[in-house]
Design a protein around this ligand. Structure first.
Ligand SMILES: *Cc1c(COP(=O)(O)O)cnc(C)c1O
Ligand SMILES: [Zn+2]
Length: 398
């Protein structure tokens, strides 16, 4: 394939397509910016990678490896939008992906890259959604797949990963160290680790931005709010809007907001302290488990993007996350707490006057609520009971 990668930290060009981080400064690597042409009318059966083939350096889009990822609905959230005084509020429902989170976009790109680069095994380090996604695509591709998780991962989170038949290894040690260790071990073993900020995983997230542009007929909302953990998805979406802008397909890039939970907000803290680098966040704890990464491998890059573009980042309280989750469900979208942070942040930003009335916004609703059913215990959910004989009366009561 012979694609060179660029370091997000020092700008160095790295001519090893298998590299995952910069040999010089250890920054995450990425694909160079790609300028492409406007996708034609969608043809039935067209896959995500085929649709945006101009923007991927693949020899073959490998439709045979697709599970139908992407092309997720952009849903109008009329009630919430009206209450907040916005002209329009959208929710990009990434729970509609094959393994119920946006991760599938980047996983497929990572798998195609692995195969084109001659890898024989794939793997990932993840606490949840990335693990399920890589396991699923590994199964589809018939590839030997290893999933490394932290030892503390509860049983109910292991089942949905193990189901796909990948090798699942619980490893003693914290997630941050496991990430670096996986890169070291993978090198000699010909395993493509599709981790949270692997260049092609991030490249896959660009398609969220491409789709939003297409779904709005090549316009963009004023704001796009994105939950941030490792930071790969934020980087990908930022890059996606920029590439469509450079390609002349949209006439401006929206303002992005990076959102974290108060209980684990290393990027927001660095931003507010004016610090040049993101430091490890001690004792992280939040109901938004899917974004509980205390030392995000792409944190510095998210920080830089937010600063350089005059974008925004903020953290939200536990109560506001649960409230936002319930509000979204009341509009028909049951998302993970990690996704609901986007609405919680939007409400705060409207209150502060940062997001102004009459503006438009889109929430990237990163994953399905069914991924984390333990949250039911934290909502005040009620139901009624009735005998069959009294059911008529019960229905008459309104
Ligand atoms: C992975 C994930 C995120 C965070 O994405 P990063 O690329 O790690 O920043 C947010 N929400 C959900 C549901 C996720 O699975
Ligand atoms: Zn570098």
């Amino acid at each position: 394939m012979g694609v060179s990668l660029v370091c997000t930290g020092c700008g160095e060009q790295v001519d090893d397509e298998k590299a995952l981080r910069c040999p010089g400064c250890d920054g995450p690597l990425e694909l160079p910016e790609i300028v492409g042409s406007r996708p034609g009318p969608w043809v039935p059966g067209e896959t995500l990678i085929e649709r945006y083939k101009d923007f991927f350096p693949f020899a073959n889009g490998r439709a045979d490896l697709s599970l139908g990822e992407g092309f997720t609905p952009l849903v109008k959230l009329d009630g919430i939008g009206k209450r907040l005084g916005l002209s329009v509020l959208w929710g990009k429902n990434e729970g509609a992906n094959p393994t119920w989170s946006f991760k599938d976009r980047g996983t497929l790109a990572g798998v195609i890259h692995a195969l084109e680069s001659g890898y024989s095994r794939i793997g990932t380090v993840s606490t949840g959604n990335m693990a399920a996604s890589v396991a699923a695509y590994g199964a589809k591709a018939g590839l030997e797949t290893v999933i490394l998780v932290g030892r503390g991962l509860p049983r109910e989170k292991l089942g949905p990963i193990a189901m796909y038949g990948a090798r699942l290894i619980k490893v003693d040690g914290d997630y941050g160290r496991l990430y670096y260790e996986s890169l070291r071990l993978a090198k000699d073993r010909n395993i493509a680790f599709i981790n949270s900020d692997a260049p092609f995983r991030v490249a896959g997230s660009r398609t969220i931005a491409y789709e939003i542009c297409e779904q709005l007929n090549f316009t963009v909302p004023d704001w796009v709010l994105i939950p941030v953990s490792a930071g790969g998805n934020f980087r990908g979406i930022a890059r996606g809007f920029r590439e469509f802008f450079l390609s002349g397909l949209i006439d401006k890039v929206p303002r992005l907001m990076a959102v974290q939970a108060d209980g684990c907000s290393p990027v927001v803290r660095a931003f507010e302290e004016g610090s040049p680098k993101v430091d490890r966040f001690d004792s992280p704890h939040t109901v938004a488990h899917a974004i509980e990464n205390p030392f995000p491998p792409s944190g510095n890059e998210v920080l830089r993007l937010v600063r350089e573009n005059g974008w925004s980042c903020r953290a939200v309280s536990e109560d506001s996350i649960l409230e936002a989750q319930r509000e979204l469900a009341m509009e028909g979208l049951f998302v993970q707490p990690a996704s609901a942070v986007s609405l919680a942040a939007l409400k705060d930003a409207v209150r502060d006057g940062l997001v102004e009335s009459g503006q438009s916004a889109a929430l990237v609703l990163t994953g399905s609520g069914l991924k984390y059913t333990a949250v039911f215990g934290q909502h005040d959910l009620t139901w009624e009971e009735s005998t069959l004989e009294n059911l008529g009366n019960a229905l008459d009561r309104r």
